[in-house]
Write a protein that binds this ligand. Structure first.
Ligand SMILES: [Ca+2]
Ligand SMILES: [Ca+2]
Ligand SMILES: [Ca+2]
Length: 235
C-alpha cells in the first residue's frame, strides 16, 4: 500500500512541478517598450499608444547609454545606447498630442547617421515601430532594423499635422531578437534622425497555452486519482 501511495505522490509532485514550470511568469510582458527620442520636449503622456496602439510609460531619451522602464514604469533589465550628433532635433509648432512624439528627435549631421543599440532584451519575436521626426529637413535615412531593411521615411510623404500613418510617419519591422541584442541604424546624406521607437514583444500563445492546459489537466487527474485511492473503505 505504501508503495502505491509513494508512486502516486511522486506522480502528483512531477505534475505540479511541470505545471509550475510551464505556468511560470515569462517576464515577457515587461519587454514591450515605448521610447521617445529627443529631449526638446518631455515624454509623451502614458495614454499615447502611437502607431502600435500600445499605451504606457514612455522613456524620454537623449544620446548615450540609458536604463529603461517598461510600460508599467518599472525598471527592466534591458538597456539602450543611442548614437547621434545630439538629441536636440525639434519641429515647432506643436499641433496636437501626436506631435509630442514627432516634434523632438535625435539628430545626426553631415551624413554621420544614427544608431540605437539595445542590450539584454528578452529573446523572442518583436514588432519594432520606428518614427520619423516632423521636420522636412530631417528624414530618417535608409534604415536597418535588426537586419530588416526599412525604407527612408521623410516629410514629403507625411501628413500634416503630424499623426501616425503607416509607411508615412512610421514603419514596422518584424524580427526575432536572439541573445538580447537589437541594433537599429539610419544612414543618409546630410541630416538624418529618428523621433521614437516602440518594441512590441509578440506573444506566443498557441503551444504554450496548450501545454499549460495539458499540464493543468494532468494535475487534476493525478489529484483525483489520489483522492479516490485515499477514500476510506466503508466498514
Ligand atoms: Ca522627448
Ligand atoms: Ca510640428
Ligand atoms: Ca520624439
Amino acid at each position: 500500500m505504501y508503495g502505491i501511495e509513494g508512486r502516486t505522490a511522486a506522480r502528483i509532485g512531477s505534475a505540479i512541478a511541470m505545471a509550475a514550470l510551464l505556468g511560470a511568469p515569462p517576464g515577457a510582458s515587461a519587454q514591450s517598450l515605448n521610447i521617445d527620442l529627443g529631449t526638446a520636449l518631455a515624454a509623451p503622456d502614458d495614454t499615447q499608444g502611437a502607431g502600435a496602439g500600445q499605451p504606457g510609460v514612455w522613456n524620454n531619451l537623449g544620446v548615450g547609454v540609458s536604463p529603461l522602464v517598461g510600460l508599467d514604469g518599472m525598471p527592466v533589465t534591458a538597456t539602450v545606447d543611442v548614437g547621434a550628433t545630439n538629441a536636440d532635433g525639434n519641429a515647432p509648432p506643436i499641433v496636437g498630442d501626436d506631435e509630442i512624439v514627432g516634434d523632438d528627435f535625435i539628430l545626426a549631421t553631415g551624413g554621420s547617421g544614427w544608431s540605437i543599440e539595445f542590450s539584454s532584451l528578452v529573446d523572442g519575436a518583436y514588432e519594432v515601430y520606428v518614427y520619423r521626426g516632423d521636420n522636412p529637413s530631417v528624414p530618417t535615412g535608409a534604415m536597418d532594423v535588426g537586419g530588416v531593411a526599412v525604407a527612408q521615411l521623410d516629410f514629403a510623404n507625411g501628413t500634416s499635422p503630424y499623426s501616425f500613418v503607416l509607411d508615412e510617419s512610421y514603419s514596422v519591422a518584424e524580427l526575432d531578437v536572439v541573445g538580447g541584442d537589437l541594433l537599429i541604424t539610419g544612414e543618409g546624406a546630410g541630416f538624418t534622425g529618428l523621433a521614437a521607437v516602440q518594441l512590441v514583444l509578440v506573444p506566443v500563445p498557441e503551444p504554450a497555452a496548450a501545454l499549460h492546459t495539458a499540464a493543468g489537466a494532468l494535475v487534476l487527474l493525478a489529484v483525483g486519482r489520489a483522492r479516490r485511492r485515499r477514500r476510506p473503505v466503508a466498514v
